[in-house]
Design a protein around this ligand. Structure first.
Ligand SMILES: [Zn+2]
Length: 209
């Protein structure tokens, strides 16, 4: 099978919908403000565990959903706000989970999202940065040759390079991997958070210690 055909496990999970009202408060603010500022809603938000330990990076949209559900609260906010019919909510920059969540130290789910995150949306063959929709996953050793769907054998790849590579190894196709693919560890995760957050002063105290 061609590497462009992704097995089910690697398909992106459906996005969480913010439509509808909150079961407790009846707030229906988010769907109205969301489409107007798509870039703001996609801005990264640092997620802290209840213990203030950084555990993840999410998007403003998802962070607002977590806050609305009462799962998390904002620790740091941006100057901008999202407006609802009843009130204006400051856009979160850092949120914290209200109850402690155990995060396994080593493992992250093998998913398309996490592989693109690990590879920072950079095609591992041509080194260019792409948007998520412009990237696919490439099996370094093609599946037709026994290549597995694993952290060590999957890389972010642009469609151009994917077509060029076809059912060949990088060597056969005259392509070179930017770096050896590795599993996503907590270390990788922290490095990424620092990379994403280095411009945001509000993230610094949680990440640089
Ligand atoms: Zn490429």
């Amino acid at each position: 099978m061609d590497s462009r055909h992704k097995p089910n496990m690697l398909r992106p999970r459906p996005k969480i919908s913010v439509a509808g009202s909150h079961p407790l408060t009846g707030a229906s603010a988010l769907p109205e403000c969301a489409p107007r500022r798509p870039s703001l809603m996609q801005a990264p938000v640092l997620v802290l565990n209840a213990t203030f330990e950084p555990i993840n990076v999410t998007a403003v949209r998802r962070a607002l959903v977590l806050m609305l559900k009462g799962v998390a609260q904002a620790e740091e906010t941006q100057a901008s706000q999202v407006h609802s019919t009843s009130k204006a909510v400051p856009v979160p920059s850092v949120i914290r989970l209200l109850s402690y969540r155990h995060i396994p130290q080593q493992s992250r789910a093998l998913s398309r999202k996490n592989i693109l995150l690990r590879d920072r949306n950079i095609c591992q063959f041509c080194g260019r940065t792409f948007s998520t929709s412009e990237l696919t996953l490439d099996h370094v050793l093609p599946r037709s040759r026994g290549g597995r769907s694993s952290w060590e054998n999957l890389v972010a790849c642009c469609y151009e390079c994917n077509n060029r590579k076809g059912d060949r190894t990088p060597e056969e196709a005259g392509l070179q991997l930017a770096r050896r693919p590795r599993p996503f560890t907590l270390h990788t995760s922290r490095q990424l958070m620092r990379l994403i957050g280095h411009k945001d002063e509000k993230w610094r105290k949680y990440l640089f210690y």
